[in-house]
Design a protein around this ligand. Structure first.
Ligand code: FES
Ligand code: FE2
Length: 387
Protein backbone atom coordinates (compact mmCIF):
# COMPACT_ATOMS: atom_id res chain seq x y z
CA UNK A 1 0.00 0.00 0.00
CA UNK A 2 1.40 3.38 -1.00
CA UNK A 3 1.22 6.02 1.74
CA UNK A 4 1.75 9.75 1.18
CA UNK A 5 5.15 10.24 -0.45
CA UNK A 6 7.83 12.90 -0.21
CA UNK A 7 6.31 14.75 -3.17
CA UNK A 8 2.61 14.06 -3.19
CA UNK A 9 -0.18 12.84 -0.92
CA UNK A 10 -1.91 9.60 -1.88
CA UNK A 11 -5.20 11.42 -2.49
CA UNK A 12 -3.57 14.06 -4.63
CA UNK A 13 -1.83 11.37 -6.68
CA UNK A 14 -5.08 9.50 -7.22
CA UNK A 15 -6.78 12.67 -8.33
CA UNK A 16 -3.95 13.50 -10.77
CA UNK A 17 -4.08 9.96 -12.17
CA UNK A 18 -7.83 10.26 -12.59
CA UNK A 19 -7.27 13.37 -14.72
CA UNK A 20 -5.32 11.18 -17.15
CA UNK A 21 -8.12 8.61 -17.12
CA UNK A 22 -11.29 10.62 -17.11
CA UNK A 23 -11.22 12.04 -20.61
CA UNK A 24 -8.90 10.71 -23.31
CA UNK A 25 -9.49 13.86 -25.37
CA UNK A 26 -8.02 16.06 -22.61
CA UNK A 27 -4.90 13.93 -22.76
CA UNK A 28 -3.32 15.00 -19.48
CA UNK A 29 0.30 14.03 -18.87
CA UNK A 30 1.26 11.89 -15.88
CA UNK A 31 1.60 13.37 -12.38
CA UNK A 32 5.08 14.86 -12.11
CA UNK A 33 5.80 12.94 -8.89
CA UNK A 34 5.81 9.77 -11.02
CA UNK A 35 9.14 10.95 -12.46
CA UNK A 36 10.86 12.04 -9.26
CA UNK A 37 9.59 10.27 -6.17
CA UNK A 38 11.56 7.41 -4.57
CA UNK A 39 8.57 5.83 -2.82
CA UNK A 40 6.57 5.96 -6.04
CA UNK A 41 9.40 4.30 -7.97
CA UNK A 42 9.42 1.47 -5.44
CA UNK A 43 5.68 1.21 -5.87
CA UNK A 44 6.05 1.08 -9.68
CA UNK A 45 8.63 -1.69 -9.28
CA UNK A 46 6.42 -3.73 -6.95
CA UNK A 47 3.41 -3.40 -9.20
CA UNK A 48 4.21 -2.48 -12.82
CA UNK A 49 7.51 -4.33 -13.08
CA UNK A 50 6.94 -7.33 -10.85
CA UNK A 51 3.38 -7.94 -12.06
CA UNK A 52 3.93 -7.46 -15.79
CA UNK A 53 5.70 -9.26 -18.62
CA UNK A 54 8.96 -7.32 -18.74
CA UNK A 55 10.90 -7.07 -22.02
CA UNK A 56 14.45 -8.41 -21.61
CA UNK A 57 15.81 -8.14 -25.16
CA UNK A 58 16.22 -10.45 -28.12
CA UNK A 59 16.25 -14.22 -27.68
CA UNK A 60 19.43 -14.52 -29.75
CA UNK A 61 21.38 -12.91 -26.94
CA UNK A 62 21.41 -16.57 -25.76
CA UNK A 63 21.66 -18.94 -28.73
CA UNK A 64 23.62 -22.05 -27.63
CA UNK A 65 22.95 -24.23 -24.57
CA UNK A 66 24.58 -22.55 -21.58
CA UNK A 67 24.51 -19.03 -23.06
CA UNK A 68 23.32 -16.68 -20.35
CA UNK A 69 22.49 -13.02 -19.85
CA UNK A 70 21.87 -11.39 -16.47
CA UNK A 71 19.45 -8.58 -15.74
CA UNK A 72 18.26 -6.54 -12.79
CA UNK A 73 14.51 -6.11 -12.99
CA UNK A 74 13.58 -3.56 -10.36
CA UNK A 75 16.02 -4.90 -7.77
CA UNK A 76 15.46 -8.55 -8.73
CA UNK A 77 18.60 -10.14 -10.22
CA UNK A 78 17.42 -12.41 -13.05
CA UNK A 79 19.36 -14.95 -15.08
CA UNK A 80 18.27 -15.75 -18.63
CA UNK A 81 19.82 -18.98 -19.85
CA UNK A 82 19.41 -21.43 -22.75
CA UNK A 83 19.06 -25.04 -21.49
CA UNK A 84 20.33 -28.23 -23.12
CA UNK A 85 17.07 -28.66 -24.98
CA UNK A 86 17.37 -25.19 -26.50
CA UNK A 87 14.65 -23.64 -24.35
CA UNK A 88 15.10 -20.16 -22.91
CA UNK A 89 14.73 -20.18 -19.11
CA UNK A 90 14.69 -17.44 -16.48
CA UNK A 91 15.79 -17.96 -12.88
CA UNK A 92 16.32 -15.84 -9.79
CA UNK A 93 20.05 -15.12 -9.99
CA UNK A 94 20.38 -15.88 -6.29
CA UNK A 95 22.02 -18.95 -4.74
CA UNK A 96 19.85 -21.22 -2.61
CA UNK A 97 22.69 -21.67 -0.07
CA UNK A 98 23.32 -18.23 1.38
CA UNK A 99 22.01 -16.07 -1.39
CA UNK A 100 25.05 -15.00 -3.41
CA UNK A 101 24.58 -13.61 -6.90
CA UNK A 102 25.40 -16.52 -9.22
CA UNK A 103 26.44 -15.15 -12.61
CA UNK A 104 27.22 -11.64 -13.84
CA UNK A 105 26.99 -10.09 -17.31
CA UNK A 106 26.70 -12.33 -20.38
CA UNK A 107 28.57 -15.53 -21.17
CA UNK A 108 28.37 -19.29 -21.52
CA UNK A 109 28.57 -21.96 -18.85
CA UNK A 110 28.14 -25.74 -18.67
CA UNK A 111 26.56 -25.49 -15.23
CA UNK A 112 25.55 -22.58 -13.01
CA UNK A 113 28.19 -22.57 -10.31
CA UNK A 114 27.96 -20.28 -7.31
CA UNK A 115 31.31 -18.51 -6.84
CA UNK A 116 30.99 -18.49 -3.04
CA UNK A 117 30.84 -22.16 -1.87
CA UNK A 118 30.44 -23.90 -5.22
CA UNK A 119 26.83 -25.04 -5.03
CA UNK A 120 26.15 -25.98 -8.64
CA UNK A 121 22.93 -26.05 -10.65
CA UNK A 122 22.23 -27.52 -14.07
CA UNK A 123 20.79 -25.44 -16.92
CA UNK A 124 17.26 -26.28 -15.73
CA UNK A 125 18.00 -24.77 -12.32
CA UNK A 126 18.26 -28.13 -10.48
CA UNK A 127 20.81 -28.23 -7.69
CA UNK A 128 23.25 -30.97 -8.72
CA UNK A 129 26.39 -30.53 -6.62
CA UNK A 130 27.06 -29.27 -3.08
CA UNK A 131 30.58 -29.84 -1.72
CA UNK A 132 30.94 -31.19 1.84
CA UNK A 133 27.26 -31.28 2.69
CA UNK A 134 27.20 -35.05 3.46
CA UNK A 135 27.13 -34.49 7.22
CA UNK A 136 24.02 -32.32 7.03
CA UNK A 137 20.98 -34.41 7.99
CA UNK A 138 17.87 -34.48 5.83
CA UNK A 139 19.42 -32.38 3.12
CA UNK A 140 17.54 -33.02 -0.10
CA UNK A 141 19.07 -31.38 -3.17
CA UNK A 142 15.80 -31.47 -5.06
CA UNK A 143 14.29 -29.02 -2.58
CA UNK A 144 16.90 -26.36 -3.35
CA UNK A 145 16.58 -25.66 -7.06
CA UNK A 146 16.65 -22.12 -8.40
CA UNK A 147 13.45 -20.11 -8.34
CA UNK A 148 12.08 -20.13 -11.89
CA UNK A 149 10.25 -17.28 -13.60
CA UNK A 150 7.90 -17.27 -16.59
CA UNK A 151 9.41 -16.70 -20.06
CA UNK A 152 7.44 -15.52 -23.09
CA UNK A 153 8.76 -15.16 -26.64
CA UNK A 154 7.19 -13.21 -29.49
CA UNK A 155 8.86 -12.11 -32.73
CA UNK A 156 12.30 -12.95 -31.28
CA UNK A 157 11.71 -10.66 -28.27
CA UNK A 158 12.02 -12.26 -24.82
CA UNK A 159 9.87 -11.36 -21.83
CA UNK A 160 10.02 -12.43 -18.20
CA UNK A 161 7.26 -12.45 -15.62
CA UNK A 162 8.32 -12.51 -11.98
CA UNK A 163 4.82 -13.13 -10.69
CA UNK A 164 1.85 -15.13 -11.94
CA UNK A 165 -0.21 -11.95 -11.48
CA UNK A 166 1.10 -10.86 -14.91
CA UNK A 167 -1.31 -13.42 -16.39
CA UNK A 168 -0.85 -15.39 -19.60
CA UNK A 169 1.75 -14.09 -22.01
CA UNK A 170 -0.50 -14.25 -25.08
CA UNK A 171 -3.14 -12.21 -23.31
CA UNK A 172 -0.51 -9.65 -22.34
CA UNK A 173 0.33 -8.98 -25.99
CA UNK A 174 -3.28 -9.09 -27.23
CA UNK A 175 -3.40 -8.35 -30.98
CA UNK A 176 0.34 -7.52 -31.19
CA UNK A 177 1.04 -10.22 -33.84
CA UNK A 178 -1.43 -8.96 -36.42
CA UNK A 179 0.23 -5.53 -36.58
CA UNK A 180 3.80 -6.84 -36.65
CA UNK A 181 3.62 -10.06 -38.67
CA UNK A 182 4.65 -8.36 -41.94
CA UNK A 183 8.26 -7.89 -40.77
CA UNK A 184 8.85 -11.55 -39.81
CA UNK A 185 10.99 -10.24 -36.95
CA UNK A 186 11.58 -13.65 -35.37
CA UNK A 187 14.04 -14.30 -38.23
CA UNK A 188 16.02 -11.10 -37.65
CA UNK A 189 19.50 -11.27 -36.17
CA UNK A 190 21.12 -9.16 -33.45
CA UNK A 191 24.33 -7.53 -34.64
CA UNK A 192 25.07 -5.05 -31.87
CA UNK A 193 24.14 -4.60 -28.20
CA UNK A 194 25.34 -1.82 -25.92
CA UNK A 195 24.35 -0.55 -22.50
CA UNK A 196 24.53 2.90 -21.00
CA UNK A 197 23.05 4.90 -18.14
CA UNK A 198 21.06 8.09 -18.54
CA UNK A 199 20.19 10.73 -15.94
CA UNK A 200 16.45 10.57 -16.38
CA UNK A 201 13.48 8.55 -15.25
CA UNK A 202 12.93 5.27 -17.18
CA UNK A 203 9.62 6.54 -18.57
CA UNK A 204 11.17 9.71 -19.99
CA UNK A 205 13.59 7.66 -22.06
CA UNK A 206 10.83 5.49 -23.51
CA UNK A 207 8.47 8.40 -24.11
CA UNK A 208 10.78 10.38 -26.38
CA UNK A 209 11.33 7.35 -28.59
CA UNK A 210 7.59 7.14 -29.22
CA UNK A 211 6.72 10.67 -30.29
CA UNK A 212 7.28 12.79 -33.40
CA UNK A 213 6.57 16.12 -31.73
CA UNK A 214 10.18 16.79 -30.72
CA UNK A 215 11.77 15.92 -34.07
CA UNK A 216 12.03 19.43 -35.63
CA UNK A 217 13.42 20.93 -32.42
CA UNK A 218 15.78 18.20 -31.20
CA UNK A 219 16.82 16.62 -34.53
CA UNK A 220 16.52 19.51 -37.04
CA UNK A 221 19.60 18.59 -39.07
CA UNK A 222 19.81 14.82 -38.66
CA UNK A 223 16.57 12.81 -38.88
CA UNK A 224 13.69 15.31 -38.85
CA UNK A 225 13.44 15.70 -42.64
CA UNK A 226 12.90 11.94 -43.06
CA UNK A 227 9.82 11.84 -40.87
CA UNK A 228 6.69 13.42 -42.33
CA UNK A 229 3.58 13.34 -40.15
CA UNK A 230 2.82 9.70 -39.21
CA UNK A 231 -0.43 7.73 -39.16
CA UNK A 232 -2.35 7.96 -35.92
CA UNK A 233 -1.49 5.32 -33.32
CA UNK A 234 -3.24 2.00 -34.00
CA UNK A 235 -6.15 0.88 -31.86
CA UNK A 236 -4.77 -2.12 -30.00
CA UNK A 237 -6.01 -4.65 -27.47
CA UNK A 238 -2.76 -5.66 -25.75
CA UNK A 239 -0.41 -4.02 -23.25
CA UNK A 240 1.40 -2.03 -25.91
CA UNK A 241 1.07 0.97 -28.20
CA UNK A 242 2.21 1.24 -31.80
CA UNK A 243 2.33 3.85 -34.55
CA UNK A 244 3.38 3.51 -38.17
CA UNK A 245 4.61 6.30 -40.41
CA UNK A 246 5.93 6.37 -43.94
CA UNK A 247 9.33 7.99 -44.28
CA UNK A 248 11.12 10.08 -46.88
CA UNK A 249 14.01 7.88 -47.93
CA UNK A 250 15.46 5.39 -45.46
CA UNK A 251 14.91 6.70 -41.92
CA UNK A 252 17.48 4.30 -40.54
CA UNK A 253 20.28 6.15 -42.36
CA UNK A 254 21.41 9.77 -42.29
CA UNK A 255 20.84 11.66 -45.53
CA UNK A 256 24.47 11.69 -46.78
CA UNK A 257 24.68 7.85 -46.80
CA UNK A 258 21.28 6.89 -48.22
CA UNK A 259 23.15 5.07 -51.02
CA UNK A 260 24.38 2.52 -48.43
CA UNK A 261 20.86 1.23 -47.75
CA UNK A 262 20.25 -2.52 -47.68
CA UNK A 263 17.26 -4.02 -49.52
CA UNK A 264 14.06 -4.14 -47.51
CA UNK A 265 13.26 -7.37 -45.68
CA UNK A 266 12.17 -9.97 -48.24
CA UNK A 267 8.68 -10.52 -46.92
CA UNK A 268 7.71 -6.84 -46.65
CA UNK A 269 5.13 -5.52 -49.08
CA UNK A 270 3.12 -2.31 -49.55
CA UNK A 271 3.55 0.72 -47.31
CA UNK A 272 5.69 -1.20 -44.84
CA UNK A 273 8.51 -1.13 -47.38
CA UNK A 274 8.69 2.58 -47.01
CA UNK A 275 8.18 3.38 -43.36
CA UNK A 276 8.86 2.60 -39.73
CA UNK A 277 6.67 1.14 -37.01
CA UNK A 278 7.38 2.43 -33.50
CA UNK A 279 6.12 0.09 -30.80
CA UNK A 280 6.23 0.26 -27.02
CA UNK A 281 5.47 -2.97 -25.16
CA UNK A 282 4.65 -1.87 -21.63
CA UNK A 283 6.25 -1.28 -19.32
CA UNK A 284 9.86 -1.09 -20.46
CA UNK A 285 10.63 -2.23 -24.03
CA UNK A 286 10.37 -0.24 -27.22
CA UNK A 287 11.52 -0.68 -30.80
CA UNK A 288 11.47 0.80 -34.28
CA UNK A 289 10.90 -1.74 -37.06
CA UNK A 290 12.07 -0.19 -40.29
CA UNK A 291 11.99 -1.82 -43.72
CA UNK A 292 15.56 -3.14 -43.37
CA UNK A 293 16.58 -2.77 -39.71
CA UNK A 294 15.30 -2.91 -36.15
CA UNK A 295 16.55 -0.87 -33.23
CA UNK A 296 15.24 -1.31 -29.74
CA UNK A 297 15.66 -0.19 -26.17
CA UNK A 298 15.00 -1.80 -22.81
CA UNK A 299 14.83 0.73 -19.93
CA UNK A 300 15.39 -0.31 -16.31
CA UNK A 301 14.97 2.09 -13.39
CA UNK A 302 17.97 2.61 -11.10
CA UNK A 303 16.61 5.62 -9.18
CA UNK A 304 13.77 8.01 -10.13
CA UNK A 305 16.45 10.12 -11.82
CA UNK A 306 18.66 7.49 -13.41
CA UNK A 307 18.05 4.54 -15.73
CA UNK A 308 19.98 1.71 -17.35
CA UNK A 309 19.35 1.46 -21.06
CA UNK A 310 20.09 -1.55 -23.26
CA UNK A 311 20.22 -0.78 -26.97
CA UNK A 312 19.99 -3.59 -29.52
CA UNK A 313 20.22 -3.45 -33.32
CA UNK A 314 19.04 -6.24 -35.64
CA UNK A 315 18.86 -6.91 -39.37
CA UNK A 316 17.04 -9.52 -41.48
CA UNK A 317 18.89 -12.86 -41.71
CA UNK A 318 19.45 -12.40 -45.46
CA UNK A 319 21.15 -9.03 -44.86
CA UNK A 320 23.71 -10.06 -42.24
CA UNK A 321 25.32 -12.59 -44.61
CA UNK A 322 26.16 -9.97 -47.25
CA UNK A 323 29.88 -9.60 -47.83
CA UNK A 324 29.89 -5.87 -47.17
CA UNK A 325 27.44 -6.11 -44.25
CA UNK A 326 29.79 -4.78 -41.55
CA UNK A 327 30.89 -1.70 -43.45
CA UNK A 328 27.34 -0.75 -44.41
CA UNK A 329 25.84 -1.59 -40.99
CA UNK A 330 28.16 1.03 -39.45
CA UNK A 331 26.08 3.72 -41.12
CA UNK A 332 22.94 2.38 -39.42
CA UNK A 333 24.65 2.34 -36.01
CA UNK A 334 25.81 5.88 -36.66
CA UNK A 335 22.25 7.07 -37.41
CA UNK A 336 20.83 5.38 -34.27
CA UNK A 337 23.58 6.74 -32.03
CA UNK A 338 23.35 10.23 -33.53
CA UNK A 339 19.64 10.47 -32.72
CA UNK A 340 19.94 9.17 -29.18
CA UNK A 341 22.95 11.39 -28.48
CA UNK A 342 20.86 14.35 -29.59
CA UNK A 343 17.95 13.25 -27.38
CA UNK A 344 19.80 12.66 -24.11
CA UNK A 345 20.60 16.30 -23.12
CA UNK A 346 16.91 17.14 -23.63
CA UNK A 347 15.83 14.18 -21.49
CA UNK A 348 18.15 15.26 -18.71
CA UNK A 349 16.86 18.80 -19.00
CA UNK A 350 13.29 17.47 -18.79
CA UNK A 351 14.20 15.51 -15.66
CA UNK A 352 15.63 18.65 -14.05
CA UNK A 353 12.51 20.66 -14.85
CA UNK A 354 10.22 17.91 -13.60
CA UNK A 355 12.12 17.77 -10.33
CA UNK A 356 10.96 21.27 -9.40
CA UNK A 357 8.36 21.42 -6.61
CA UNK A 358 6.42 23.68 -9.00
CA UNK A 359 6.24 21.16 -11.86
CA UNK A 360 2.63 20.43 -12.84
CA UNK A 361 0.76 18.07 -15.15
CA UNK A 362 0.56 19.24 -18.79
CA UNK A 363 -1.31 18.13 -21.94
CA UNK A 364 -0.19 15.91 -24.82
CA UNK A 365 -0.25 17.15 -28.42
CA UNK A 366 -1.80 15.16 -31.27
CA UNK A 367 1.74 14.12 -32.23
CA UNK A 368 2.21 12.14 -29.01
CA UNK A 369 -0.56 9.51 -29.15
CA UNK A 370 1.64 6.59 -28.11
CA UNK A 371 2.94 8.51 -25.10
CA UNK A 372 -0.65 9.38 -24.19
CA UNK A 373 -1.61 5.71 -24.58
CA UNK A 374 1.18 4.73 -22.21
CA UNK A 375 0.08 7.40 -19.71
CA UNK A 376 -3.43 5.97 -19.81
CA UNK A 377 -2.18 2.41 -19.30
CA UNK A 378 0.11 3.54 -16.46
CA UNK A 379 -2.59 5.58 -14.75
CA UNK A 380 -5.12 2.73 -14.96
CA UNK A 381 -2.69 0.16 -13.61
CA UNK A 382 -1.31 2.37 -10.85
CA UNK A 383 -4.68 3.63 -9.68
CA UNK A 384 -5.96 0.03 -9.79
CA UNK A 385 -3.19 -0.99 -7.41
CA UNK A 386 -3.69 2.12 -5.25
CA UNK A 387 -7.42 1.33 -5.25
S1 FES B 1 26.12 -18.66 -1.28
FE1 FES B 1 26.17 -19.92 -3.04
S2 FES B 1 27.28 -21.65 -2.45
FE2 FES B 1 27.22 -20.42 -0.68
FE1 FE2 C 1 14.53 11.80 -30.56
Amino acid sequence: MLADTEHVSRDELLSQLSLVLEDRAISATLPTACYTDHALLQYEINTLFRQSWVGVGRTDRCTKPGDFSSRDIGGVPVLLIRNQGGELKAFANTCRHRGSLLLKGDGNCKKIRCPFHCWTYDLDGRLVFTPRMEAVPDFDLTAYGLTEFGVGVADGFAFVSLDAAAGEFDKWLGDYSSLHAAWGLSQWVTTRVREFEVNCNWKIFLEVFNEYYHLPYVHPKSINRMYPEPDDADQTTGNYTTQFGTTKGNAALLSDVQGQAFSHAVNLTGRERNGTRYTWVYPNMTFAASSDSLWMYEAYPITPHRSLIVQTVCFPAETVVLEDFESRAKHYYDRIDTAITEDIPFLEQQQTGLSSPFAKQGRFSRLEPSVANFAYWYASRLSGFLG
